[in-house]
Design a protein around this ligand. Structure first.
Ligand code: PMP
Length: 459
């Protein structure tokens, strides 16, 4: 057999892709991405796109930040690998741990590193089980999460995720978890229900769920401050305060999954600041290194740390950790990436550019397909609907969004469609002119999408 040598052919022949329809990939082939520059990426043919989703919600500093390349190269030359098991450490892991403790809310005082957000949430589950065994309450092991939430895809973190395609045919959930209503008023509030009343109803549902299961069996509640991959869903006002109060009342730990929102995305360093959340555990990844290296971090309170530390002493060790935990190259890149975010005030830029993004998108409020425009800081979504006045979704759901996603490439734009919601999450370095250009490309795609929806009889 002769070896095929174009990237697309090699890939098609040998590579099973994540989050991809394998038969469609075989039929049309992959889009081969070749290089990046600021907020732009180019494919092998030289077509240039605005990366409206910053890769996977993650490339804060843009696609050609030389300082991160240099930080990685320097660390590779000095000590390319070392672990942090068995009382060893190295400069980058120790310095990044210190930096994260400084940056995150004051009550979070220790960090555990993993390679990915999924591993981080898996680790959170295990640490909480370990903790409750340590505290002599081995029955307190269940989790509460939300339908529409995203926490990863491993057996345990995928169980917390509340999206049907992450469960179907994977035999998930596989850990004890209850999913409660998605905090998204546009689709889930009742007619005439105020935001406050909707938030109260959701908090009451969480309380009822805890009582139904028995508070002595419920360990933790996990949520993204603002749901990302499930549709960029901004919670109703007061939601987090009410949820937090319920968690407190029943001694249920509160986990803020800030894998997307951490490091400035919502216009503050952490979305816990934006929404007034005081989590017991905060999970960080993605923008921690701008995804130049795989890395995630779990921040925890001193109380959690102390109980885990005591128990590890009783058992002789904390029997958990990955070969790549605290990887020197990843942590060195993380340190430099955070230095850039701070020096260039990318958090402030996200707040300012977020306002521009919202006002540019607002120009489409009267468009026949546009149901809701939502977002905070530099993360936003435009909900496309079949009928605006009745908030009726398309039937079938997702066909219009999938068309939009594909067609956007022809206008030089990469975004994510979540069913029929069009999500934006550009690099935090984006300028005002670039926001306007990104939205102009969105507008052109929207016109094509309206023509498509009409031709298909979907509106
Ligand atoms: N939590 C959240 C909020 C996420 O958005 C993601 C990834 N999109 C994850 C966890 C999982 O991270 P990873 O893909 O690195 O496993």
């Amino acid at each position: 057999m002769t070896r095929q040598n174009s990237t697309a052919e090699l890939d098609k022949a040998a590579h099973l892709h994540p989050y991809t329809n394998a038969r469609k990939l075989e039929a049309v082939g992959p889009r081969v991405m070749a290089e990046g520059d600021g907020i732009f990426v180019r494919d092998e043919q030289g077509n240039e796109y605005i990366e409206g989703l910053a890769g996977l919600w993650s490339v804060a500093v843009g696609f050609n930040q030389k300082r991160l390349v240099d930080a990685a190269a320097e660390q590779m030359a000095k000590l390319p690998y070392y672990h942090v098991f068995a009382q060893k450490t190295h400069g980058p892991a120790a310095r990044l741990a210190d930096k994260l403790v400084e940056l995150t809310p004051e009550h979070l005082t220790k960090v555990f590193f993993t390679n990915s957000g999924s591993e981080a949430n898996d680790t959170v589950i295990k640490l909480i089980w370990f903790l409750n065994n340590a505290l002599g309450r081995p029955e307190k092991k269940k989790f509460i999460a939300r339908t529409g939430g995203y926490h990863g895809i491993t057996v345990a973190s995928g169980s917390l995720t509340g999206l049907p395609w992450n469960h179907a045919s994977f035999d998930l959930p596989a850990i004890p978890v209850r999913h409660v209503t998605t905090p998204h008023a546009y689709f889930f509030a009742e007619e005439g229900e105020s935001e406050e009343a909707f938030a109260q109803r959701l908090a009451d549902e969480i309380e009822a769920t805890i009582l139904e299961e028995g508070p002595e069996t419920v360990a933790a509640f996990i949520g993204e401050p603002l749901i990302g991959a499930g549709g960029v869903l901004v919670p109703p006002a007061g939601y987090w305060q009410k949820v937090q109060a319920v968690c407190h009342k029943y001694d249920v730990l509160l986990i803020a999954d800030e894998v997307i929102t951490g490091f400035g995305r919502t216009g503050k360093m952490f979305a816990s600041d934006t929404f007034g959340i005081t989590p017991d555990i905060m999970v960080l990844s993605k923008q921690i290194t701008s995804s130049y290296q795989p890395l995630a971090a779990i921040m925890m309170t001193d109380a959690i740390y102390q109980a885990i530390a005591d128990h590890s002493e009783r058992l002789g060790t904390l029997g958990h950790g990955f070969t790549g935990t605290g990887h020197p190259v990843a942590t060195a890149v993380g340190l430099e990436n955070i230095a850039i975010i701070e020096e260039q005030d990318l958090v402030g830029n996200a707040a300012a550019m977020g306002k521009v993004l919202q006002s540019e998108l607002a120009r489409f409020a009267d468009h026949p397909l546009v149901g809701e425009i939502r977002g905070v800081g530099l993360i936003a979504a435009v909900q496309l609907v079949a009928d605006k006045s009745s908030r009726t979704r398309f039937d079938p759901e997702g066909k219009v969004g999938a068309f939009f996603f594909e067609r956007a490439h022809d206008h030089g734009l990469i975004i994510r469609n979540i069913k029929d919601a069009i999500a934006f999450c550009p690099p935090l370095i984006i300028t005002e002119e670039q926001v306007c250009e990104m939205v102009a490309r969105f507008g052109k795609t929207l016109e094509d999408t309206l023509a498509f929806a009409e031709a298909e009889g979907l509106v």
